[in-house]
Design a protein around this ligand. Structure first.
Ligand code: IMP
Length: 438
């Protein structure tokens, strides 16, 4: 029953999409369990670039995919993504959970008008949609679209939300017109969605029971988790590995391994503390070399050195046993590379990041410096295999493994699928779980 959760260990944008796509070669099912179209999972393969927001990254290989109950599901984005996949000639095999929260146009407008400014959200409606889900009386699910009394339910929700929608200037005219327009759009979503809907808990549990390899694809990163991240500068879902269980309906006992993904440095989009943040020319160097601009919003990302206290915290709350390090090539050409190994906060040393925005914003990183490496022909290094990694690069990887007590299964040396360098521990992981030989 091999099930692996792939989880971001930083602030999102760790290139989880590329890792999931790589593993999808052997996977039977790829499952999204949290977030919504705020995610931007990029896969570069076979001459195409895919930017997935809602659909799991396994779709680039035509794998069976599931969008779980924990997702805030925007039908308009889904229709666009499926359309784009079909335009690329890709077969589409996706199940959408009947339990997923419906994210409606007014959620996006509310997000833009309210939370957008102070938290720097993606304006994809995530906070307002989860707010309605938790409120229950104003929440709608995919299943409601297919119930005989959807029109009645929508009317009730709009009546309850009317004052809020007017205050935020989302609703300007007549409520009846707004309602009729939404009903008209809902008709289009319903017809499009009909072939996709189903029961995520049945599909995923059956696959696991039959010994299929199931990959859970986390969206955003641990430090953006609504409970465990740098609240309130977080997203509104459970981004941690445990979210896979609650977001789909599988037992924690069904998860065999947690694969943490981190970039070789750190980045963050939006507001919130960032202890190892860089500014000026060093930041510019990393941002440009790493192409650090948001996939979903195009915003320049804040960048900084690798932060081990944060990764230790992530390792702890997710139970990370295996690591994928992305964008290691981006650090090439630096003479010395700094890595934070502890924080000093109010004169006290912390080896594990305290996950509180106030404390983290006062954290002074304690750095060590590691040897840099020069630019090399990474393509030939990937061809020649793990043993051909330059010594300094290997030292960087081994330093991380020691500090976090994890095994590295792969490193990314470029955005394309074929630029992933496989480490020996990947065969051990997939071999022991799924009998896969690499
Ligand atoms: P929201 O998820 O759109 O509500 O945004 C809340 C915070 O999470 C903001 O700082 C966003 O920039 C950040 N965020 C949301 N999704 C992602 C992501 O996929 N990658 C990186 N940051 C994200």
């Amino acid at each position: 029953m091999p099930a692996i959760v792939v989880v971001g260990m930083q602030f999102g944008d760790e290139s989880k999409g590329a890792v999931v796509d790589f593993l999808a070669e052997w996977a039977d099912l790829v499952v999204r369990y949290n977030g919504g179209s705020n995610a931007g999972h990029t896969v570069v393969a076979e001459g195409s670039k895919y930017k997935f927001h809602l659909v799991p990254s396994g779709a680039a290989r035509g794998r069976r995919c599931v969008i779980g109950a924990g997702v805030a599901f925007d039908p308009e984005v889904f229709m666009e993504e499926i359309g784009a996949l079909r335009d690329k000639g890709k077969g589409v095999d996706v199940l959408v959970s009947l339990k997923a929260t419906l994210l409606l146009p007014y959620h996006k407008e509310l997000d833009a008008s309210l939370a957008g400014e102070s938290l720097g959200t993606t304006r994809r409606g995530i906070g307002p949609a989860y707010q309605d889900k938790m409120a229950r009386v104003t929440g709608l699910r995919v299943k409601d679209l297919f119930s005989g009394d959807f029109a009645k339910k929508l009317r009730k929700v709009l009546e309850l939300k009317e004052a809020e929608l007017r205050r935020a200037n989302v609703l300007r005219g007549n409520l009846e017109d707004y309602y009729n327009e939404l009903l008209r759009r809902a008709e289009v979503w319903r017809e499009f969605l009909r072939p996709f809907i189903g029961e995520d808990h049945v599909e995923v549990n059956e696959a696991i029971a039959r010994g299929k390899l199931v990959i859970f694809e986390g969206a955003q990163g641990t430090m953006l988790d609504v409970d465990h991240g740098t609240y309130p500068y977080v997203t509104s879902s459970s981004t941690v590995a445990g979210g896979a269980c609650t977001g789909v309906g599988v037992s924690p006992l069904a998860i065999d391994a947690v694969l943490g993904v981190c970039k070789a440095y750190t980045s963050r989009v939006g507001a919130g503390p960032f202890p190892t943040e860089l500014f000026g020319s060093e930041a510019e160097y990393l941002r440009e070399r790493g192409g650090e601009y948001g996939t979903t919003t195009g915003r320049p990302r804040r960048v900084g050195w690798l932060d081990i206290p944060m990764l230790r915290y992530s390792s702890l709350v997710n139970g990370v046993g295996y690591l994928a390090i992305r964008k290691l090539d981006v650090l090439s050409g630096m003479k010395r590379i700094k890595v934070a190994v502890a924080y000093e906060i109010d004169g006290e040393e912390h080896r594990i990041a305290p996950p509180y925005a106030e404390e983290m914003s006062r954290a002074e990183p304690v750095y060590v410096e590691l040897e840099g490496w020069r630019e090399l022909d990474w393509r030939s290094i990937v061809r020649e295999g793990w043993e051909s990694l330059p010594e300094e690069m290997r030292a960087y990887v081994e330093f991380l493994e020691r500090e976090l007590n994890v095994r590295t299964v792969m490193v990314g040396l470029g955005p394309e699928r074929e630029m992933t360098l496989v480490a020996p521990a990947l065969s051990e992981l997939l071999g022991s779980l799924a009998g896969v030989r690499i």
